[in-house]
Ligand binder design. Structure first.
Ligand code: HEM
Length: 391
């Protein structure tokens, strides 16, 4: 197959046909941008994620990739191998268990209701800026302990981070770097305030860990805060948005949910499988490495495509069908193994509440379907979800 580019507009609009071709082709296929090796079959994706000694999460030793170390003075958890990974993960692990997050249920419900109440009572509204964006941003801001009313700033800053991960070039990259610089300044000041005035929030927990020798450096605290803020909103926004879009596209599934809301938790799992808000992330091979018969040369970047694995017919029957009753356990939308998403319980809780609160409105409205998706091959979700109330 000729070398393909994941950034082609046609692929960005709908990457799934290309993923199917790549799955048929080989366990790993070289693609652009950057001649990365795309791994797209379910079994191979899990194998790469399992072989942490062969497939490293640490960025190459250059300025472009080492943004966190170079610009913020410390590595982040997602870009760390062991032992650093476990050291960083253990600081936050207990904060994201279902039990610790239990107190959030009422707050997320109130927030969903407030946001929905402020929607225009007639005419059209776009659920992305009014609902799917602010809900997770406010929740993660409150958990971190920063001002939740700066939704627009947090969104702008996280978009800049995504642009950098998306391989933005030239002026776009420069402006994204400037935005991320502002974010770093803001969060550094927030961490400094916590050093003076300790608190129980996530930033408070990170700076408290600084006091234990060798546990976490000030640069790592800053990188952690930046990652939590970005990971905590872009992804969940796109899960909720992707699910709304899938329900609009599949009125039979929406009717099932309306008739039996106890299906919501499974519908969220199916939403994760079907939409895969994080389409794929990276690994790096340190020496020539074999993946099921394909040799990947030392120094190569590997793109591990969770979204394709979740649509692999070898693993999920009729995978392109959105079916909220299917057994979709074992999907890899949150990754697998060592780096399995730290915020999975939080994201699930938010998405369940968000869909549940929206259900009555979804059932009584007509929709013009979102036609445009975010132009990203890393994060996928609708840019707009315009909803029109039925007459
Ligand atoms: C639908 C929502 C979400 C999706 C689809 C998602 C997806 C993922 C994936 C695929 C990974 C694995 C990365 C890898 O293998 O390298 C990951 C890791 C991570 N996620 Fe999420 N995520 C979501 C929500 C969140 C939230 C709400 C938070 C935080 C509040 C969060 C924080 C993290 C962190 C810190 C890691 C790194 C874990 C580690 O390296 O050990 N995520 N996420």
């Amino acid at each position: 197959m000729a070398r393909v580019n994941l950034l082609d507009p046609e692929t960005l609009a709908n990457p799934y046909p290309l993923y199917a071709e790549l799955r048929r082709e080989a366990p790993a296929v070289q693609v652009d941008p950057n001649g990365m090796w795309a791994v797209t079959r379910f079994a191979d994706v899990v194998e790469v994620l399992r072989r942490v000694d062969d497939f490293s999460s640490e960025p190459a030793d250059d300025d472009r990739e080492k943004l966190f170390e170079n610009a913020f003075g410390g590595a982040n958890i997602i870009g760390s191998d062991n032992p650093r990974h476990d050291r960083l993960r253990s600081i936050m692990q207990k904060r994201f268990t279902p039990r610790r997050l239990g107190h959030l249920q009422g707050r997320v419900e109130d927030l969903s209701r407030e946001l929905l109440a402020s929607l225009a009572s007639d005419g059209e509204f776009d659920l992305v800026p009014t609902y799917t964006v602010p809900l997770p941003v406010v929740v993660i801001a409150e958990l971190l302990g920063v001002e939740a009313n700066r939704v627009d700033d947090f969104k702008r800053w996280s978009n800049a981070l995504v642009a950098i991960v998306n391989s933005a070039e030239g002026a776009e990259r420069q402006s994204a770097l400037a935005e991320v610089g502002e974010l770093a300044k803001y969060l550094s000041a927030a961490a400094e305030r916590r050093r003076q005035d300790p608190a129980e929030d996530l930033i408070g927990a990170l700076v408290a860990a600084e006091k234990e020798p060798g546990r976490i450096s000030a640069g790592e605290v800053l990188s952690y805060c930046i990652l939590l803020l970005a990971a905590g909103n872009e992804t969940t926004t796109n899960l909720i948005g992707g699910m709304i879009s899938a329900l609009i596209d599949n009125p039979d599934q929406l009717a099932l949910l309306r008739d039996d809301p106890s299906l919501i938790p499974n519908a969220v799992e199916e939403g994760l499988r079907y939409c895969s808000p994080v389409q794929g992330l990276f690994r790096r091979v340190l020496q020539d490495t074999q993946l099921n018969g394909v040799t990947i040369p030392a120094g190569s970047r590997v793109w591990v495509c969770y979204a394709s694995a979740n649509r692999d017919p070898e693993r999920f029957q009729d995978p392109d069908r959105f079916d909220i009753k299917r057994d979709c356990r074992g999907h890899v939308a949150f990754g697998w193994g060592l780096h399995f998403c730290l915020g999975s319980n939080l994201a699930r809780r938010e998405a369940r509440v968000a869909i549940s609160a929206l259900l009555p409105l979804l059932c009584e409205s007509n929709f013009s379907q979102a036609v445009e998706w975010l132009p990203s091959w890393v994060i996928r979700g609708p840019k707009a979800l315009v909803l029109r109330k039925a007459a």
